[in-house]
Design a protein around this ligand. Structure first.
Ligand SMILES: C[S@@+](CC[C@H](N)C(=O)[O-])C[C@H]1O[C@@H](n2cnc3c(N)ncnc32)[C@H](O)[C@@H]1O
Length: 220
């Protein structure tokens, strides 16, 4: 069983890693593939949308191709949000800095909640609580869309052996080494886990290393 203390410690290290990585993030993070973009198009976000762990805005730009009314973008790293602000100037967007593990939607309800390359950074012991906070942020007929690496991507990472919480070593251009939580979900297992938590979820592999998921509250 993971201690809360070690999860908190790793979550803080992960935020520190992304703060340091922000200036070089887009050089090493993949652009959305046409398959992932098409999956978002099929999801067709509308209305009031929430994007979690928005980073520099790579997926914000994709969401904004859709006729949504407003988009709230959350990230814990101010350096990421600063680049996001430079990159995205759209009156529908506002940004908030929060650690998603202590964030709540404060009664605000969204038609869609979207997160790209975030779920794999949620420690297993915080998985249920994270999805509960997503449920709280959804309107009654609200929907969730997410994309991420899946288990096939593990081969291109440096997993930390015997880690209490699944994590990988990441290096920056200055040679510094950092740690990020990284859970390489299998789409079928992830779908089953979400259904156990009461989500009508569909999770599919995409391309050679990604997964795409949609979810709404209730039975499939
Ligand atoms: C892999 S990046 C994905 C960024 C963006 N969604 C994309 O796909 O380009 C993960 C993002 O999660 C953010 N992050 C890490 N830990 C966080 C936390 N505890 N709360 C909120 N954001 C966090 C990082 O700052 C980073 O922007």
């Amino acid at each position: 069983m993971q201690s809360d203390q070690s999860a908190d410690h790793l979550i803080a290290r992960q935020i520190a890693y992304y703060r340091a990585r922000a200036p070089e993030f887009e050089l090493s993070h993949h652009e959305p593939t046409s398959e992932l973009r098409s999956a978002l198009d099929a999801f067709a976000p509308r209305g009031r949308v929430l994007e979690l762990a928005c980073g520099t805005g790579i997926w914000t730009a994709e969401i904004l191709r859709h006729p949504i009314d407003e988009l709230t973008c959350i990230d814990a790293a101010p350096e990421m949000l600063a680049i996001h602000e430079e990159r995205i100037s759209d009156p529908r967007v506002r940004r908030e800095r929060h650690d998603l593990f202590s964030w709540g939607s404060d009664g605000l309800r969204y038609d869609a909640v979207i997160f790209a390359f975030w779920l794999s950074h949620v420690p297993p012991a915080r998985f249920a609580a994270f999805w509960s906070s997503v449920a709280d942020a959804l309107a009654d007929d609200g929907r969730v869309f997410f994309v991420d690496d899946d288990a096939r991507a593990e081969i291109s990472e440096e997993p930390i052996p015997d880690a209490e919480i699944p994590a990988v070593l990441r290096r920056l251009d200055d040679g510094s080494a950092h740690v990020a939580i990284k859970v390489f979900h299998q789409p079928t297992d992830l779908q089953a886990d979400l259904r156990t938590l009461g989500w009508a979820a569909e999770v599919q592999p995409a391309g050679d290393r990604f997964l795409v998921g949609t979810a709404r509250r209730g039975e499939t």
